[in-house]
Design a protein around this ligand. Structure first.
Ligand code: ZN
Length: 470
């Protein structure tokens, strides 16, 4: 009788536990040799007849695995995870639309499998993580605007028929700066790092999925609506830009299977329960002394409470969309028939597409919340999602974006179906002080033009009065 060898379960567990965090097997030379041998001897395959259709094989393996933070390093419950990026990515990492190439940080080369797997808390990890989040965000919106099975290219603001330059990412681009921004003139996203007062550990904004997604949202919206970012627009237009950044982070989280599962488990399927989904940028927020992250999507702020402060106004729109998400999810869920996480994934996907299409349909300049709300209603109607109309209308009425029907504003031909409630004063000026680095960047304000008069006077004086040296 054979004597079975019994391996104590502790030995197996100890071995597994000893593996480093974020462990991903990489191909060693003996492993590759073993695979090659096994394929030749153990898996001969079926002989192919000349009439049999050839198997579709790619000339080069397309797609890479990367290791990313699920939220940011402070959300230790989530940690890191592998993700698969389906397009071709080469050393950098870079692809046709996004490139990493920061001076002082060595480029990352793919391993033998074409993957970019590096240890967390290193420069290379930051490069891969930042690239990956920007890539996932762009892909998500390209899918959201897909037409007839083809993803939309979604240009960067500077792209044209003769300029297809990519967006550059600088994960350590702003040393000792407590901020991050998208710069049109640099054609780049730059991320700061800093040591919070009273702390010893440096916080890297590029390690936050929310912050990277937020800044990528600014870059994507700037490609679609170049006028909206300029500070001479009414406060609500600025609010749309800032809110789109936050919504981008929410939609990106909702597009990831593991994250929707975690949201469902953590909140017991109640999206108004406190969850990391509604808490933006945990680590960054904690560093600033805000317990609920940088800003909270699940809020009750109304337009009349926000004034001209763009960050507060942005929360009104973000909060309205978040409420609509919760209502749609409540309406769609049916735990007896379908897993809640699968339903939430689908709801997030639809709302992402609806919001993006409504923003795209809004005016090229001075767009208001009511413009976008009305386009959302029209598009949802056209999509046959009539059950959602009430959620959208109610949410925007509560936020004082749309007036109630009782005010006598009914549906009109071609005109906005619902009149705006709170509107910006004609001469209202945006107050961007509490916004992110993008909104405070000088290139989007008229401040430089204020120097023009002084420059002209200087030039005139030099021309007419200055002593001549010749
Ligand atoms: Zn922003």
């Amino acid at each position: 009788m054979d004597q079975k060898v019994i391996v104590p379960v502790e030995a197996v567990l100890t071995k597994c536990v000893a593996l480093p965090v974020g462990y991903v097997p990489t191909p060693s030379a003996p492993y590759r040799e073993h695979r090659k041998h096994a394929q030749l001897t153990l898996q001969p395959g079926t002989p192919r007849l000349s009439s049999a259709p050839a198997r579709k094989t790619a000339a080069i393996p397309v797609g890479s695995r990367v290791l990313i933070w699920k939220q940011d390093p402070s959300v230790s419950e989530l940690g890191t995870r592998k993700a698969f990026l389906p397009g071709l990515i080469v050393q950098g990492p870079r692809d046709a639309r996004i490139t990493f190439g920061e001076p002082g940080i060595a480029q990352v080369s793919p391993n033998a499998f074409g993957d970019f797997i590096v240890s967390p808390n290193t420069d290379q990890f930051d490069a891969v993580h930042t690239f990956a989040i920007v890539r996932m965000t762009l892909t998500m919106f390209q899918r959201a605007l897909a037409v007839d099975g083809t993803a939309a290219p979604l240009p960067w603001q500077w792209n044209s028929a003769s300029n297809t330059k990519p967006l550059r990412v600088y994960p350590h681009g702003l040393p000792n700066v407590m901020n991050a921004y998208y710069s049109r003139s640099d054609q780049a996203l730059k991320f700061g790092d800093f040591i919070p007062s009273g702390a010893t550990e440096r916080v890297y904004t590029c390690r936050s999925l929310d912050i990277v997604a937020h800044e990528t949202g600014h870059a994507i919206l700037d490609g679609l609506k170049p006028n909206w970012l300029l500070s001479n627009n009414p406060p609500q237009t600025g609010g749309l830009h800032e809110s789109f950044g936050d919504l981008t982070a929410i939609f990106l989280a909702l597009s990831q299977l593991d994250q929707v599962e975690a949201v469902i488990a953590q909140t017991k399927a109640d999206l108004h329960d406190k969850t990391f989904l509604a808490d933006m940028a945990e680590q960054f927020g904690l560093a600033l002394g805000r317990p609920n992250g940088l800003r909270n999507a699940d809020n009750d702020i109304k337009l009349s409470q926000a004034g001209t402060e763009v960050h507060a106004i942005s929360q009104v729109f973000t909060g309205a969309i978040y409420d609509i998400l919760a209502d749609i999810f409540d309406h769609e869920r049916s735990p007896q028939l379908e897993d809640d996480a699968a339903v939430l994934l689908r709801c997030g996907d639809y709302l992402c597409s609806l919001v993006l299409r409504a923003l795209l349909a809004a005016p090229a300049r001075a767009a208001t919340y009511a413009d976008v709300a009305n386009h959302m209603l029209a598009l949802a109607q056209a999509d046959g999602r009539t059950a959602y109309l009430e959620f959208i209308r109610n949410s925007f009425i509560v936020r004082e974006v749309l007036r109630t029907q009782a005010d006598g504003h009914g549906e009109g031909d071609g005109a906005p179906a619902w009149a705006a409630d709170a509107v910006d004063d004609e001469d209202a000026v945006q107050d961007r002080r509490a916004c992110c680095g993008t909104m405070n960047h000088a290139e989007y304000s008229e401040s430089d033009q204020l120097f023009d008069a002084e420059r002209e006077a200087l030039a005139a004086w030099c021309r007419d009065y200055a002593p001549r040296h010749d």
